[in-house]
Design a protein around this ligand. Structure first.
Ligand code: ATP
Ligand code: MG
Length: 392
């Protein structure tokens, strides 16, 4: 146990017991055929929830959970997508196959080599052959991509039935699936395709996540989305103050003042990634009691050393006008279009358009009618600090 920047599982995983319990209960209930859609901003802990849920599900005999992140794709082609999901399914079911067919060495064989391996031992399970042939045809461009996607899900279904279990297929960062291309981007077409396939699935349950509100709207949330009402939607929020304190106390073997936890919570808003990062910094440096001042110092170091790496890319991608508006919002703590117009001297149409753009990109979140906040308060602090280095 300790602070980690990787998705947290096992003893590193804290809190979130309600959602985990609910997911475990629902996903193992054969009467329920709906999976989960986790919605939440970047670095809030969606992947950790999925990975921990998978781990716990995989302890059961009648369930196998397959985790796959769309961000794992390198070429972003439809064939790569189908291939990688297939490999993830094989990887997750290998152990069950070895038990059922008593092939011990299967566990040592990398999933990518599994087809070859199955041939060498003359192990004929027609599901494998079928998908192998389909994938090979897809690679040569001889197969319609829609058919290939159907084959992948058919493969999951047949494997689930062969092993007599339910297969929970988790697609993390699901909206990125729209960037998958077959020559050109498949866009919403691939989502509609999967939605149609999903209607007939019996042994496979789909779960998805997404961090940008707009793309989740298009794919899942809005009434016009292909997956509207097809998932149990859960919004993931930050840790509360007592969880932040708990994480510090568990991982730092020094005295911790009461107000240190409060400060860490205030600076990070309870966003798990920042809590972990600053916690790690505190644990590494110094040996005196952790107090408010020490937390502030660690936070400053974090912003100086990591802020640009984390935020500059996104900031750089904005136009000059967008940069100036978002700067002004951070520096002057502006939350309403009216105040933005007043301070930046822009007209209200322009400001409305930019606000819409920022909310679509997930930079701002609507708090109330006409009231907008930075989705990530640490991004806001970083911007403020750039402009006024002595602010912290
Ligand atoms: N339940 C948890 N317990 C402890 N740490 C957590 C928990 N959830 C998230 N974290 C920590 O927060 C960070 C981000 O977690 P994770 O990658 O799960 O978030 P995410 O929402 O998937 O982020 P991204 O948008 O980058 O994909 C990691 O450092 C992880 O260790
Ligand atoms: Mg993630």
């Amino acid at each position: 146990m300790g602070f980690t920047l990787q998705p947290a599982t096992k003893e590193d995983f804290i809190d979130r017991e309600d959602i985990l319990e609910e997911m475990l209960h629902t996903l193992t209930d054969k009467k329920v055929r709906m999976g989960y859609a986790l919605v939440g901003p970047r670095r809030i802990g969606k992947t950790s929830i999925f990975k921990e849920a998978s781990r716990r599900l995989n302890q059961r005999k009648d369930i196998v959970a397959v985790y796959f992140s769309l961000w794992n794709l390198i070429e972003n082609t439809a064939v790569e997508f189908c291939n990688q999901i297939t490999i993830s399914i094989i990887e997750a079911t290998k152990k069950r196959l070895s038990l059922k067919y008593k092939i011990q060495h299967i566990l040592k064989v990398p999933a990518t080599k599994l087809f070859d391996f199955l041939k060498t031992i003359d192990f004929k399970l027609s599901i494998f052959e079928d998908i192998e042939i389909s994938l090979a045809a897809g690679k040569k461009g001889e197969m319609d991509i829609n058919v290939l996607i159907e084959k992948v899900f058919e493969f999951a279904e047949r494997l689930a039935s062969e092993l007599d279990m339910r297969l929970v297929l988790i697609l993390d960062e699901f909206p990125s699936i729209m960037d998958v291309k077959n020559g050109t981007k498949l866009g919403e077409g691939i989502i509609r395709k999967i939605r149609t396939i999903q209607e007939d699935l019996t042994g496979t349950i789909l779960c998805v996540s997404g961090s940008i509100r707009k793309t989740m709207d298009v794919a899942v949330l809005s009434p016009s989305a292909a997956f509207y009402r097809q998932f149990i939607i859960r919004h993931i929020g930050p840790f509360n103050i007592s969880v932040v304190r708990d994480l510090m106390v568990r991982n730092i073997q020094r005295d911790i003042n009461e107000d240190a936890g409060e400060e860490l919570y205030n600076l990070t808003n309870g966003i798990p990634f920042y809590v972990q990062f600053i916690g790690r910094e505190l644990d590494r440096t110094g040996d005196r009691t952790v107090d408010r001042k020490l937390v502030q110092k660690a936070f400053r170091n974090f912003l100086d050393q990591e802020g640009d790496i984390l935020f500059f890319e996104e900031f750089k991608s904005l136009s000059d006008k967008e940069k100036s508006i978002i700067y002004a919002m951070a520096v002057h703590n502006l939350k309403t279009p009216r105040d933005i117009c007043r301070i930046t001297g822009s007209n209200s149409n322009v400001v409305s358009r930019y606000i819409e753009y920022f909310t679509d990109k997930g930079i701002l979140s609507k708090q109330d009618k006409g009231l907008y906040e930075f989705t990530d308060p640490v991004f806001k602090t970083w911007l403020r600090k750039k402009y006024m280095p002595t602010i912290l």
